[in-house]
Design a protein around this ligand. Structure first.
Ligand SMILES: [Zn+2]
Ligand SMILES: [Zn+2]
Length: 312
């Protein structure tokens, strides 16, 4: 098997693109897909300051690597959830990448430690408020990333969601016709109101397999295990189904998701309308000032409940 571009020995085959690539041409392909995502969804420019949410997994570390290599100003934030050995190992991977790859390129790593700031690890907090760990984790991460982005004046927040993530989420939303969620599923969400950072997903044109290959080929050391608290059984099922379709008929995933983007009211033209809609629904949280649709934001509610455990 030879590289489709330069005819030297290929290291990876990409059936969905009817192509095979050597290491150099594969890196070129990956960088090109991200550059196209950034441009077509008007995510950010060379002067913008980007804050990446990193977990220590392949997607977020690959994203950090790619953005730096494309010449963007990208720092990262790691949220240490305090899940014993898992958090320790993932933190270590992030720290090493920050030192060896990011720092020499002028980028820095911010760290938020849940045990320090929220007063307990994620498991204990979830127990205190009687909520599933993943939902508590989601609330804290969303809140802390947005806060860091706003307080430290980043122009945009980037996450490592890939094509598999987005296609699986789309399938779930379509199966249940969750139109409100469909509205917010685009890879580029505007900074709707003062106090809410713009959010982008520059990896939406790349699959899980391609990102794992990118890490391996470029010696990016990442944590392979999923979070031990993760439930997400539904998402895994949707991914499995999509993978079966992809094997039978390569290109299914990207045709599905990109077709949605083409048709969606979520396109560039509609972002203003969405921002207007949010503007009327959101106002500052009575406790912390971050935008929310309720009187008090879900993070402040969570922390208040954690401090005064109910008798239930
Ligand atoms: Zn080549
Ligand atoms: Zn609040």
């Amino acid at each position: 098997m030879n590289c489709t571009k330069c005819k030297t020995k290929a290291v990876i085959k990409l059936p969905r693109h009817h192509a095979a690539f050597c290491k150099g041409c594969f890196n070129g392909f990956v960088h090109d897909q991200v550059a196209r995502a950034i441009k077509s969804q008007r995510m950010f420019g060379k002067d913008d300051r980007i804050l990446i949410a990193v977990s220590g997994g392949k997607d977020s570390l690959a994203l950090w690597d790619i953005l730096l290599k494309l010449g963007y100003k990208a720092d990262a934030l790691y949220v240490n959830l305090g899940i014993g050995d898992y958090s320790q190992r993932s933190h270590e991977k992030v720290r090493r990448f920050a030192e060896v790859v990011a720092a020499p390129l002028g980028a820095m790593l911010h760290t938020h430690t849940v045990e320090q700031e929220e007063g307990a690890g994620i498991r204990e907090l979830s127990m205190l408020v009687h909520r599933p760990t993943c939902s508590t984790c989601g609330t804290i991460k969303r809140y802390q990333f947005n806060r860091a982005a706003i307080e430290q004046e980043y122009d945009v927040m980037a996450t490592g969601h890939n094509l598999d993530d987005e296609a699986a989420r789309l399938l779930g939303n379509v199966l249940h016709w969750q139109e409100d969620y469909l509205d917010k599923q685009g890879p580029s969400l505007p900074a709707s109101v003062q106090g809410f950072a713009k959010k982008v997903k520059p990896l939406y044109r790349l699959t899980e397999r391609e990102l794992a290959a990118y890490c391996v080929l470029n010696k990016i050391d990442y944590i392979v295990d999923e979070c031990p608290m993760a439930q997400g059984a539904k998402t895994l099922l949707y991914k499995e189904v999509l993978n079966r379709l992809e094997t039978e008929s390569p290109g299914t995933k990207h045709t599905f998701y990109w077709g949605f983007l083409d048709r969606s009211r979520n396109g560039i033209g509609n972002q203003t309308a969405m921002a207007d809609k949010d503007q009327t629904a959101l106002h500052p949280c009575a406790t912390c000032g971050q935008p929310t649709t309720a009187e008090v934001c879900s993070y402040c509610k969570l922390m208040a409940r954690a401090k005064t455990p109910s008798v239930s």
